[in-house]
Design a protein around this ligand. Structure first.
Ligand SMILES: [Ca+2]
Length: 143
């Protein structure tokens, strides 16, 4: 029951925008970060975001800061990025540790992100900004 209450809590926070843990992001440009950033994210965090930009564009995400606990296969705390609108979409990247990740570009105008942390050891987390990458996509397909 406790788990259920936490999920309900976070879903409501995401919808209202307060707490900035997950949600549906519908702009062509914006930024997102882990909970409490630039403070440390909490233990047992779980946030999901879906970024949707204009049809015909692709979502491009670049990282400004990144720092999480690092474990084998990023099994402790990590950010997962998928090429679509759900957790079943194709995996683009699973990242953890303290290296600033390379930009991630979706194949369409929808990108799914999930951030999670385990029950101990917290860090600053991440901040990233997204924009529409139609120009980049055009250039790379002509190359
Ligand atoms: Ca942790």
């Amino acid at each position: 029951m406790t788990t259920l209450r936490v999920l309900v809590c976070c879903a409501l926070l995401g919808i209202s925008g307060v707490g900035a843990c997950g949600g549906n992001l519908g702009a062509n440009v914006g930024s997102l970060s882990s909970p409490n950033f630039p403070g440390s994210y909490p233990n047992k965090a779980k946030c999901t975001w879906v970024i949707t930009t204009d049809p015909g564009t692709v979502v491009s995400l670049r990282f400004l800061e990144f720092r999480t606990e690092q474990c084998t296969n990023c099994g402790c705390d990590a950010l997962i990025i998928r090429d679509g609108n759900s957790q079943s979409a194709t995996l683009l990247s699973k990242m953890c540790g303290d290296d600033l990740p390379s930009p991630v570009i979706a194949s369409s105008n929808v990108m799914y992100l999930e951030f999670f942390s385990d029950s101990s050891t917290i860090y600053k987390g991440f901040k990233a900004e997204w924009f529409t990458g139609r120009l980049l996509q055009t250039l790379s397909s002509n190359a």
